[in-house]
Design a protein around this ligand. Structure first.
Ligand code: PMP
Length: 397
């Protein structure tokens, strides 16, 4: 059937349109969007952000049509890097036009042959590709299991040897703040302690946690009480909480300067679009209350309340829901991949858009529906969605 799908995130009116295969689109379905990463609702017209974005569009145009070193660095780019470094709690930051590339192009700059990457088994594909492309030896530890990470570290290092006698030039442990298919928070305090003990560097991908958790939206370090000085490389994307595009690496001034001189994705790629950069600056200003309102604090309170409400209601209904409190990502386990199309189709029939995930994104028999909660969902939206999921669960799960 020809279908155009309009998906919106709530009363705030975020519209996405997807034309399915044929151009002869005949049916329009408006759905409540439980599938996008629009955690704080900034992927919609915003009373503060949008006028600033339009102004930057007029001032700088949609694209610089140049790489960062060939004239593609405007005042918005330098302002963005300062703003991001300050927000995540690191001395410096560099931004890239795409989150995926931020991982896949950066890891080979940090480490190569003779180095060791120890990666969480469920890390995102951009990390997997970056690690493979680096030429370093890659070992995987059981997902979010510090005791197994320690086992791998001990196997790879002669315990108690001084640093210069270690068999690896450098060891980087890579984890995510919130795992996007599991909804789990990283066991960061334990992982950071192990990295200190075994003198490994910590690389933290905060794609799903920056902006979404922590008292002031500063991610898992703030939420879990980890000093950002103990996380060597902080990576994140702007495509979730900030409603924009691109990614960042934040770290010491020396590391960021080194990256700027050596990373092809900085030297040879067109710089991030100025209006997109402005969207990130403006949304961070709202989060921090620098727009003069309390909307940022309200959004942060709202995403936490919404997430915890939705998770506990799903559990009360008897669904098996993965992940931790405060996490806006909540997978409902369906296990059998044959249930996946029916679950999303039945939800869609009742105007709720849910993303379902199966192999190869998950192990074969661990298929799931993956709900993403937004601060822009109203209580009524969530109650309606719960009713629909309950009915569809009776039918399918
Ligand atoms: N890291 C993680 C953990 C992700 O989930 C994603 C994509 N969702 C990325 C990196 C890539 O980000 P982007 O979609 O902004 O390119």
């Amino acid at each position: 059937m020809d279908l155009t799908l309009d998906v919106w995130d709530s009363a705030e009116g975020f519209i996405r349109t997807r034309a399915l295969p044929s151009q002869r689109t005949t049916k329009i379905t408006r759905c409540l969007n439980l599938g996008s990463y629009n955690y704080l609702g900034f992927a919609a017209a915003d009373e503060y952000c949008t006028p600033h974005v339009i102004e930057s569009l007029h001032k700088f145009s949609p694209s610089t049509c140049s790489s960062r070193v060939d004239g593609g660095t405007t005042t918005v780019h330098t302002e963005l890097e300062e703003c991001v470094a300050n927000f995540v709690g690191k001395p410096a930051a560099v931004v890239f036009g795409m989150g995926y590339v931020t991982n896949s192009a950066i890891l080979p700059i940090f480490i190569g042959k003779g180095g060791l990457i120890i990666s969480d088994s469920l890390n995102h594909n951009s990390i997997v590709n970056g690690a493979r492309g680096s030429g370093a030896t890659v070992r995987v530890f059981q997902h979010n299991t510090p005791s197994h990470l320690e086992k791998v570290l001990r196997e790879q290092i002669a315990d108690g040897q001084p640093r210069t006698h270690r068999p690896w030039k450098k060891i980087i442990v890579i984890v995510e703040g919130i795992y996007s298919m599991e909804g789990e928070l990283c066991k960061l305090p334990e992982i950071v302690a192990l990295c200190k003990k075994y003198k490994a560097y910590v690389y933290l991908d905060e794609a799903h946690s920056i902006g979404a958790v922590g008292k002031t939206g500063r991610g898992v370090c703030e939420l879990l009480g980890v000093d950002t000085a103990d996380v060597d490389i902080m990576m994140g994307t702007f495509t979730k909480s900030f409603g924009s595009c691109g990614g960042y690496i934040a770290g010491s001034k020396e590391v960021i300067q080194y990256l700027k001189y050596s990373c092809p994705a900085h030297l040879y790629a067109t710089s991030i679009s100025p209006p997109a950069a402005q969207q990130i600056i403006s949304s961070i200003q709202v989060i921090l209350g620098e727009d003069g309102s309390s909307r940022g604090a309200q959004k942060l309170a709202r995403i936490r309340e919404n997430s915890n409400f939705f998770r506990s209601e799903l559990q009360k209904m008897g669904f098996e829901v993965l992940g931790d409190n405060d996490s806006p990502v909540m997978p409902i386990m369906l296990y059998n991949p044959a249930k996946i199309p029916a679950f999303s189709r039945e939800c869609l029939k009742q105007n709720v858009a849910v993303v379902t995930v199966a192999f190869p994104a998950t192990p074969l028999l661990l298929a799931r529906a993956r709900i993403c909660i937004s601060a822009s969902h109203t209580k009524e939206d969530l109650v309606k969605a719960l009713e629909v999921i309950s009915r569809v669960g009776d039918l399918v799960a």
